[in-house]
Ligand binder design. Structure first.
Ligand SMILES: Cc1cc2nc3c(=O)[nH]c(=O)nc-3n(C[C@H](O)[C@H](O)[C@H](O)COP(=O)(O)OP(=O)(O)OC[C@H]3O[C@@H](n4cnc5c(N)ncnc54)[C@H](O)[C@@H]3O)c2cc1C
Length: 1001
C-alpha cells in the first residue's frame, strides 16, 4: 500500500464551453434501441409523478384547520419562508402587512430579490395546477387578510411554516428524525442525515455544529442495524459548518484546525461503519475541500473503512477531473470511497460571484443541458471505476434516472439518492418496478429557525423554470418536452454556453470591458499572483517633495499644454485611457506590491483597487467618447443650426487621499483629462510612489507630459496649489475640514469662480431589523466595518440593531470579528492590515480608550504589538450621539433600537449632517423604501455589505458634509469638469433658406 497522497488537485477553473461541449457531445449518444428504452422508462416515471397529487403532504390538514383554499395555503407558505426568523409579533404583523402590499404587486415583483425567492415558492409543485395566471401570493393573502384579519393570517402562516418544515425536514432533532425515518420505511430505506444550519461564522458556531454532528453519528450508529455498507445509514457533513473561515486564503489554518475535527467525526462514523459524505459547496472552495478530504482519507485511523466519501457537482466544469482525482486518491490509499453525484445547488450564486470577481469564464455551465450531459458523462466514469468507487446518483430528474438505468448493468454496485420531501413519486415507481435498486434519502434535521437557507435552495430549485421538478409538475408541458435529450438541445459545440449570460469581461459591453479579477480559490492563479507580487518587492525609490517653484512650473506647463490637449479629439484621449487600463491590468502585480508596501493593503483589497483604477479609465473613456465627441445638435427654427458641445476648462488640480492611492488618484486624473483639461495632481504624502507609478503609466499610455504633472508633498504644497491663480478647477477627496479650507481658498480668489468637486467622509450607518438573516448581517457588518482596517470613506461606523434580535446578532458579529486575522498585508491569509501611519494609530487608540470607558465593550481584538496595527473593536453606545465624528479605522459602534423608535434612528442619522453610505438589512420592502426615501444618502445598500462600490454600477459619493457630488464613476461626473459651449449658425444668412425652399409642400 502506498500512503502517498496524489499531488494537489488541479484542473482548469473555467474551461471554454465550446471545448467541453465538443467532448461531451462526442460521447453522449446511445443506440436508437437504447434511446427508445430510455424514453419508455422515463415516460413511466413522469406519469407516476403527474398522477401524484400530494406533493406537499399535510397541506390539506392546514387548509381544513384554517378554512383556506389551496391557493391561500400556498400563498401562506410563501409568507412563511420569510417569517421564519421574525421573533416579535409587531414585526411579524408589519411584515405580513408589507407583503400584502398596496396592490402594486408587479412593481414589487421586479424589484425585490426576496420576492423572487417567494415567487419561486409560489411555483412549488402545486402552483401550476392551483394558481391562475397573473395571481400573486400577495394578492391572495391580501384578500385572505380582509376575510380573516392579520392575527389569524399570522397564526396560519406559522402553521404553514411548520408544514414546510416537516415537508423538507425529517425532524427537529436527530431522535425525532430517526423515529420518523423508521416509521416511514420500517428501517428499510437508506438515509443520509444532514444537520441543518448556515455555515459557521464563529468558533462557537463551529463547536455547536461539531457537537451536533457527533451526537447525530452516535444516535444514527445506535440504530444502524447490522447490514454491511453500503446498506447502512450515514451522515452528510458541510465543511463550512465546522470552520468559521473555510476559505482558500485561510488554507493553512483550515488544514491545521479543521482536518483533525473532521477526522474525529469520521473516526466516530467509522466505529459505527456509517456512510460519511462531505457535501459539495461553492466552486471557490473545491480545491480546499479536496485538500481536506485527501488529508482525512489518508489518516491511518480510517484505514479499512469504505464509508467515507464526498459529493461531486456535475454543473462544475471540473467534475470529471474531481472524479479522476478521487479515484487516484482511493487507489493510492487502497481505500474504497463513496461518491455522490449531484448536479449542484448554488448555480445562481456561482454566476453572480464569477461576474463580481471579473473572471475570464464561469466555473459552472451556463446551459442546463450541459449540466445534464456532464452528469451522464461523470456517471459513466464512476460506473467504470467500481468497485473502488461506489457511485451514488442523486437526482429527481426522470430522464436522468432513466438514462442511468440504461447505463448500469444490474441493480447493485450503485445507489440512487433523493432529498426528503422531493422525488417521492418517482422513486416509489422505481421501487415498484425495480425493487432491488437502493435509494438513499438525504434527510435534513434541525429546528425551524435553521431551515431557511436550506429551504431557499430547495425553493429556487423547485421554482426555476429550467428545473425538472417544476416542469414535470406542470401538466401543460408535454412529456415529449421533458424527454428532449440534452445533446439535442445543445446541438453542436458552439451552443455550449448560454449567449444571454455574458462572460464577466463582457458584462458592460458594448460600452467597455470589465476589469479582470482573480479567483483566490484557484490555487494556481493565487500562487502565480503571490509569486509575481513577491518578485516586485525590490523597490525603494525615494520621492522628493516638490517645492513651491516646482508646483508653479507644473501649473505653467499644464497651462501651456492645455490648448493642444483640449483640441486632441475625444476619441484619441479615450484611446489613451483605455491603453492605460490595459497596462494597469498587465502590471497588476507591480501595483499590488506597492499598494501592500506603501498603503498597507491586503491582497484582496489591492486586487480590487487595481481593478477599480482600470474601470475608471475605461468608464471615463466610454463616457468621454459620447459626451466629448461630436457636438450635440439642438432643436431650433429653420434656417439656423444649433449645437452644444463640452470642452475642457483649463488646468485642474487633483488632490487625492492615501486610502485609495491608485483608484481615487487615477479616477480623478483620468476624469479631468478625458474632459479635455490638463492636470496637476497632488497625491497624499503617505503614498507618493503609487502615484508616481500611475503617472508614469499614464504618460506611457499616451497622455502627453505637458497634460499631466505630479507634485509631491504634504498639505502645505496642496494648499499652495489650490491657491494658484491659474487653476480652472479642483477635484478633491479627503476630509471634510480640508474640503472646507479648499473651498474658502477658492472663494477668496479674485478672477474666475473655480468649481470644486469634493468627496469627503461620513458617519455611515447600517440598520438591521428582526427580519434580517443574522449570518448575512454578520458577514456584511464585518466586511463593511473592518475590511481595509475600516479605512474606507464608505465603511460602516454605526450599526443600529432591533433590540429583539440584538443579543444574538451582536454575539455573532463579535464572534466573526474574532476570526479575522490581523497582520502582514502581503500574506494572503491576512484579513486586516495596519492603519496608514503612527498618527492614525494614536488617534484610533485614543478613541478606543475613550470608548472603553464610556461604552459597553462587545469585542476588543488583539493586534500585533509592533507596527501600526489597530485591532477591530465593537462598542455598544446608549445613544448614537455619543459618536460625534468620523472614526477612520476598524471600530464599530452599535446602538439598539425598538421598532417604535425607528423614526428617531433615522433622525439621528440625518442629524449627523453626513450622507455618504447607508446599509439596510430587512426583508420588509416598505421599511426599506421608507428609509431610502427619508435619508438623503448617496449610496444605499440593501441586504449586502456597504463597501466596494463598482465604477459605473454604484457611482460613488454623497451630500452634505460628505461632499459636493457629482458621483465618481457615474454618468454625471465628467460634465462637471467641462464647460459648455453652444454654436448657432444662421444658415440662411448667405442668400436665403435654400433647404426650406427645396422642401415640397
Ligand atoms: C441526495 C442529494 C444530496 C445532495 N447534495 C448536494 C451537495 O452536497 N451539494 C450540492 O451542491 N447539491 C446537492 N444536492 C442538490 C442537488 O444539486 C440538486 O438537488 C440537483 O441539482 C437537482 O438536480 P435534478 O437532477 O434533480 O434536477 P434538474 O432539474 O434536472 O437539474 C437541476 C440542475 O441544473 C442546474 N442548472 C439550471 N439551470 C442551469 C443553467 N442555465 N446552466 C447550467 N446548469 C443549470 C441547476 O443548478 C441544478 O444543478 C443534493 C441533492 C440530492 C438529491
Amino acid at each position: 500500500m502506498s500512503s502517498q497522497l496524489p499531488p494537489p488537485f488541479s484542473a482548469p477553473y473555467a474551461s471554454d464551453d465550446r471545448a467541453v461541449a465538443a467532448r461531451l457531445l462526442a460521447e453522449a449518444r446511445l443506440t436508437p434501441e437504447r434511446e427508445a428504452r430510455v424514453d419508455r422508462t422515463a415516460r413511466g416515471l413522469i406519469d407516476a409523478i403527474r398522477q401524484n397529487d400530494d406533493p406537499l403532504g399535510g397541506v390539506e390538514d392546514m387548509l381544513r384547520e384554517f378554512a383556506l383554499s389551496t391557493r391561500e395555503g400556498l400563498a401562506l407558505m410563501v409568507l412563511a419562508e420569510a417569517l421564519l426568523r421574525v421573533p416579535d409579533a409587531e414585526t411579524a404583523d408589519r411584515f405580513i402587512e408589507d407583503k400584502l402590499g398596496q396592490g402594486d404587486f408587479i412593481h414589487h415583483e421586479t424589484r425585490s430579490s426576496a420576492f423572487l425567492v417567494n415567487a419561486s415558492a409560489w411555483a412549488l409543485g402545486l402552483s401550476a395546477r392551483v394558481i391562475q395566471p397573473g395571481e400573486t401570493p400577495q394578492g391572495t393573502i391580501g384578500r385572505l387578510t380582509k376575510r380573516l384579519g392579520v392575527p389569524a393570517v399570522r397564526a396560519a402562516t406559522r402553521q404553514a411554516m411548520r408544514l414546510m418544515g416537516s415537508h423538507f425536514v425529517l425532524g427537529e432533532t436527530i431522535e425525532a428524525a430517526l423515529e420518523r425515518a423508521h416509521a416511514h420505511s420500517a428501517g428499510h430505506a437508506r438515509y443520509s442525515f444532514d444537520m441543518l444550519g448556515e455555515g459557521a461564522r464563529t468558533a462557537a458556531d463551529a463547536d455547536r455544529y461539531f457537537n451536533s454532528y457527533a451526537a447525530a453519528i452516535e444516535a444514527i450508529g445506535q440504530g444502524a442495524g447490522d447490514r454491511p455498507l453500503p446498506d447502512r445509514p450515514g451522515i452528510s457533513v458541510k465543511l463550512s459548518a465546522l470552520h468559521p473561515r473555510f476559505e482558500a486564503v485561510s488554507r493553512q489554518r483550515v488544514m491545521a484546525e479543521l482536518v483533525p475535527r473532521v477526522i474525529d467525526l469520521a473516526t466516530r462514523a467509522k466505529a459505527r461503519d456509517l456512510n460519511f459524505t462531505v457535501d459539495a459547496e461553492e466552486a471557490d472552495r473545491l480545491e480546499l475541500s479536496l485538500d481536506v478530504i485527501a488529508a482525512i482519507a489518508a489518516d491511518r485511523t480510517l484505514a479499512g473503512w469504505s464509508g467515507f466519501g464526498l459529493a461531486v457537482q456535475a454543473y462544475q466544469k471540473r467534475a470529471c477531473a474531481v472524479i479522476d482525482y478521487i479515484d487516484d486518491l482511493a487507489r493510492r490509499l487502497n481505500r474504497r470511497m463513496m461518491v455522490r453525484l449531484v448536479k449542484g445547488a448554488y448555480w445562481d450564486t456561482e454566476i453572480k460571484r464569477t461576474q463580481e470577481r471579473g473572471l475570464d469564464g464561469y466555473p459552472v455551465f451556463t446551459r442546463k443541458a450541459m449540466t445534464d450531459l456532464n452528469y451522464i458523462a461523470c456517471a459513466k466514469k464512476l460506473l467504470t471505476l467500481r468497485p473502488r468507487i461506489f457511485p451514488q446518483f442523486a437526482t429527481h430528474n426522470a430522464l436522468t434516472v432513466a438514462t442511468l438505468l440504461e447505463l448500469t448493468d444490474g441493480d447493485d454496485g450503485y445507489e440512487f439518492q433523493r432529498l426528503h420531501g422531493m422525488g417521492e413519486a418517482l422513486y416509489a415507481k422505481l421501487a415498484k418496478d425495480r425493487p432491488a435498486i437502493a435509494c438513499r434519502i438525504y434527510a435534513p434535521v434541525g429546528s425551524h429557525r435553521d431551515l431557511l437557507a436550506y429551504l431557499v435552495r430547495r425553493l429556487i430549485e423547485n421554482g426555476a423554470n429550467s428545473s425538472f421538478v417544476a416542469t414535470a409538475s406542470d401538466p401543460n408541458i408535454p412529456a415529449d418536452v421533458l424527454l428532449r435529450r440534452p445533446a439535442d438541445i445543445i446541438g453542436n459545440a458552439d451552443n455550449g454556453g448560454y449567449a444571454k449570460i455574458p462572460l464577466p469581461r463582457d458584462l458592460f459591453q458594448p460600452e467597455r470591458i470589465n476589469s479582470r479579477g482573480i479567483e483566490f480559490g484557484e490555487r494556481a492563479a493565487l500562487n502565480r499572483l503571490v509569486a509575481d507580487v513577491a518578485a516586485e518587492k525590490a523597490f525603494n525609490v525615494t520621492v522628493k517633495d516638490s517645492t513651491p517653484e516646482d508646483m508653479s512650473r507644473a501649473v505653467a506647463t499644464a497651462r501651456g499644454g492645455f490648448s493642444s490637449w483640449s483640441h486632441t479629439p475625444a476619441a484619441v484621449r479615450a484611446d489613451a485611457l483605455e491603453r492605460a487600463a490595459d497596462l494597469m491590468e498587465q502590471r497588476s502585480a507591480h501595483f499590488i506590491a506597492r499598494l501592500q508596501r506603501e498603503g498597507g493593503k491586503t491582497l484582496d483589497d489591492s486586487v480590487s483597487e487595481v481593478r477599480e483604477a482600470a474601470d475608471f479609465c475605461r468608464y471615463y473613456a466610454a463616457q468621454g467618447r459620447k459626451l466629448f465627441g461630436d457636438a450635440q445638435p439642438m432643436p431650433g427654427p429653420t434656417g439656423e443650426r444649433n449645437t452644444l458641445r463640452l470642452r475642457g476648462r483649463g488646468v485642474f488640480a487633483a488632490i487625492s487621499p492615501w486610502n485609495f492611492p491608485l483608484a481615487i488618484f487615477t479616477g480623478q486624473v483620468t476624469a479631468a483629462l478625458m474632459a479635455g483639461n490638463t492636470v496637476v495632481a497632488k497625491p497624499a504624502e503617505q503614498t507618493p510612489q503609487i502615484a508616481a507609478e500611475a503617472v508614469r503609466l499614464l504618460h506611457e499610455a499616451g497622455i502627453p507630459e505637458t497634460a499631466l504633472h505630479l507634485i509631491q508633498g504634504d498639505g502645505h504644497i496642496g494648499a499652495a496649489l489650490v491657491a494658484h491663480p491659474d487653476l480652472a478647477g479642483v477635484v478633491f477627496t479627503g476630509s471634510t475640514e480640508v474640503a472646507r479650507s479648499i473651498n474658502r481658498t477658492l472663494a477668496a480668489k479674485d478672477g474666475p469662480i473655480v468649481p470644486l468637486i469634493a468627496e469627503t467622509g461620513g458617519i455611515n450607518a447600517m440598520i438591521a431589523d428582526a427580519t434580517a438573516l443574522p449570518e448575512q448581517v454578520a458577514d456584511d457588518v464585518v466586511t463593511s466595518a473592518f475590511r481595509s482596517a475600516g479605512q474606507r470613506c464608505s465603511a460602516l461606523r454605526l450599526l443600529f440593531v432591533q433590540d429583539d434580535v440584538a443579543d444574538r446578532m451582536i454575539d455573532m458579529i463579535a464572534g466573526a470579528a474574532r476570526e479575522l486575522r490581523i497582520g502582514d498585508p502581503s500574506d494572503p491569509a491576512t484579513h486586516v492590515g495596519p492603519v496608514i501611519d503612527r498618527e492614525a494609530k494614536d488617534r484610533l487608540d485614543a478613541h478606543i480608550a475613550r470608548m472603553t470607558r464610556e461604552a459597553r465593550v462587545h469585542f476588543a481584538g488583539l493586534a500585533p504589538a509592533s507596527g501600526n496595527f489597530v485591532a477591530p473593536h465593537i462598542f455598544e453606545l446608549t445613544d448614537a450621539r455619543q459618536l460625534t465624528e468620523e472614526v477612520f479605522g476598524p471600530i464599530l459602534h452599535v446602538v439598539r433600537y425598538r421598532t417604535s423608535g425607528l423614526d428617531a434612528v433615522l433622525r439621528s442619522i440625518a442629524d449627523t449632517g453626513y450622507g455618504l453610505t447607508l446599509g439596510i438589512h430587512s426583508r420588509i420592502d416598505d421599511t426599506v423604501e421608507a428609509i431610502v426615501d427619508r435619508l438623503q444618502v448617496g449610496n444605499v445598500y440593501v441586504n449586502r455589505s456597504m463597501i466596494g462600490a463598482v465604477v459605473g454600477v454604484q457611482p460613488f459619493g454623497g451630500h452634505g458634509l460628505s461632499g459636493t457630488g457629482p458621483k465618481a464613476g457615474g454618468p454625471h461626473y465628467l460634465t462637471r469638469f467641462a464647460i459648455e459651449q453652444t454654436v448657432t449658425v444662421n444658415t440662411a444668412a448667405a442668400g436665403g433658406n435654400a433647404a426650406l425652399m427645396t422642401e415640397e409642400g
